[in-house]
Design a protein. Structure first.
Length: 107
């Protein structure tokens, strides 16, 4: 993964793109800089959670947040909401279960 990581940093610097690479530990690459997000559970591998994170991030952008900060906070909110949903429902959560926990996460 080392080569991919360097490539993402280069692409981010050259294009101004912000990239969120999800996994056991999410990596957010903005302006060539990397941040890590360690929230979340394996239950977040279900269909729809990536769309959920995109929606959270878009909402933060719509509120005027910086792109890199929005990507970092979006990943954190999704991860924490996923942790709450997993604690309530077990490992078989749906994306809608995660969405339902977003208000609890941001309080």
């Amino acid at each position: 993964m080392g080569r991919l990581q360097r490539t993402l940093s280069n692409i981010s610097e050259e294009t101004g793109a912000v990239v969120t690479l999800t996994g056991n530990v999410d990596e957010i690459v903005a302006d060539g800089e990397r941040e890590r997000n360690e929230t979340g559970t394996s239950a977040l591998t279900v269909a729809g959670t990536g769309d959920t994170m995109a929606g959270i991030t878009a909402s933060l952008l719509g509120q005027g947040m910086d792109r890199g900060d929005a990507a970092e906070l979006g990943a954190w909110i999704l991860g924490k909401s996923g942790e709450l949903a997993t604690a309530e429902y077990g490992p078989g959560v749906l994306a809608t279960d995660v969405i339902d926990r977003i208000p609890d996460t941001i309080r």
